[in-house]
Design a protein. Structure first.
Length: 230
């Protein structure tokens, strides 16, 4: 995987032409596919499940599929997503009866495991499980819908999460999800993110390649300027 990873959220894709739209966004330079699962219970919206994940695989998509579970409870659906072709499975700690068990289940089935933190959720959930985690995902909007504005306090939380990763000496990706656009992605990268989940910024634009290239350019420029200032 690239050092900086752009992961389009297919919540904003055209569901009537999902296979084509995913093929197009991957051909435009996306690194992996972010797959939002909502149950109308943990979050006030209802989206897609393992059947759609399997259909994407059957269509011939080989890219990494990053499943973001916004469901409660968590564990029962994990094996279904593994069978359906998921590579990374992340869940919200508040939605699991036993975080350790859910992480172990994901890992035992051969997937990478992640914890997702809502804007008001403390990073303290990481304290005893950081050695089980492959990805930390910070929500920069309240989960449930695409097209919301980036919550600025995420930048400070990113710096804190980056420090926890550094102290753990582990190779953990730090992802941000929600409200990422060309005009804020640089600041998000400087705050410590390496994985950028974006839905509407990419899929609501005619030219996916242009947006993804611009995102990479903004990250590179911000990082370079940050080096010079330091
Ligand atoms: C929100 C989802 C996000 C969402 C991002 O609950 O987890 O992945 O699709 O969409 P944008 O980039 O439009 O905020
Ligand atoms: Zn998501």
């Amino acid at each position: 995987m690239q050092q900086y990873c752009i992961a389009p959220s297919i919540l904003s894709a055209d569901f009537a032409r999902l296979g084509e739209d995913i093929t197009k966004v991957l051909a435009s330079g996306a690194d992996m596919i972010h797959f939002d699962v909502m149950d109308y219970h943990y979050v006030p919206n209802l989206t897609i499940g393992p059947v759609v994940c399997q259909s994407i695989r059957n269509y011939g998509i080989n890219a990494l599929i990053d499943v973001h579970l916004m469901v409660e409870p968590v564990d029962d659906i994990i094996p279904d997503f593994v069978k359906a072709g998921a590579n990374i499975i992340s869940f919200h700690p508040e939605a699991s009866h036993d975080i350790y068990r859910s992480l172990q289940l994901i890992k035992s089935l051969g997937c990478q495991a992640g914890l997702v933190f809502n804007p008001a959720t403390s990073l303290s959930y990481l304290e005893y499980v950081i050695d089980k985690i492959d990805i930390i995902l910070l929500m920069s909007v309240n989960p449930g819908f695409s097209g919301q504005s980036f919550i600025l306090s995420t930048l400070e939380k990113l710096r804190q999460a980056r420090k926890l990763i550094y102290d753990s000496k582990r190779n953990i990706r730090l992802a941000v999800d929600g409200g990422i656009k060309i005009n804020n992605i640089g600041a998000i990268a400087i705050a410590g993110a390496d994985t950028f989940i974006a839905g509407s910024a990419i899929f609501d634009h005619m030219d996916y390649k242009y947006i993804i290239n611009q995102m990479r350019y903004e990250i590179a420029i911000a990082k370079e300027n940050n080096k010079i200032i330091k």
